[in-house]
Design a protein around this ligand. Sequence first.
Ligand SMILES: Cc1cc2nc3c(=O)[nH]c(=O)nc-3n(C[C@H](O)[C@H](O)[C@H](O)COP(=O)(O)O)c2cc1C
Length: 251
Amino acid sequence: MNKISGTLLNRRTVRKYISAPVDEKLLNDLMGMACRASTTGNMQVYSIIITRDPAMKKELAPCHFNQKMVTEAPVLLTFCADFNRFSKWCRQRNADPGYDNFLSFFTAAIDALLVAQTFCIAAEAEGLGICYLGTTTYTAYKIIQILRLPAGVVPVTTIAAGWPEENPDQVDRLPLEAIIHAETYKDYSSSDIGKYYSDKEKRSDSEQFIRENNKETLAQVFTDVRYKKADNIHFSKALLDVLNKQGFMNQ
Ligand SMILES: Cc1cc2nc3c(=O)[nH]c(=O)nc-3n(C[C@H](O)[C@H](O)[C@H](O)COP(=O)(O)O)c2cc1C
């Protein structure tokens, strides 16, 4: 197994870090690797905000529902979709940017996520632990204020990174055959669903999850507790509002 396949197959999210800092040069080198990720039209329509200052982390913590990684990780990275810089370049060079629309946001969000994930692979290969924070899209309006993001810039994900203080068990994945379709999409019969999700449902941590949340099935833990319809609607509206305010819904 080469180094990268070992890194990928053995990885797990790390949520506890020792207090040792992540060296500036190492972080910079990892950023250099991350920025070699593919990017739409080689435009690099993303920006990365590095947070090391404990006061800034404290300010950001509520945006991430006070998940402890925010204040405990030595480094927090907020990856932003960014058409601000590129549009400014266009205007300064007598070119008329047409990026104030949803497609452009989506393009820049894809770019930002590709660079974020490439950073994670590079960081994990160096032995660092990382955790994504999905809360970024829920409270983007507040993060925009704290990080002073101008129009054309929207935070799409945050990564906490540091030297691991834990080595948690790997969590499950669906079998590959559940995910992969040959040539065209083959829709799932109810017996396929039963087959593909049964290992996950049988796990002792899943059963514990069901018990702790007083639910009948694991799926109910997702629909009724973790990712509820009402929350999804609420945060969707908030995100659409952010896209509007940041100038991505003008056409
Ligand atoms: C977009 C995204 C958002 C996530 N948000 C959170 C989060 O807010 N808090 C957290 O503890 N883990 C978060 N995670 C980590 C996932 O829970 C984790 O990747 C998943 O449970 C699988 O575990 P593994 O990475 O150890 O394989 C997030 C992962 C992704 C990709």
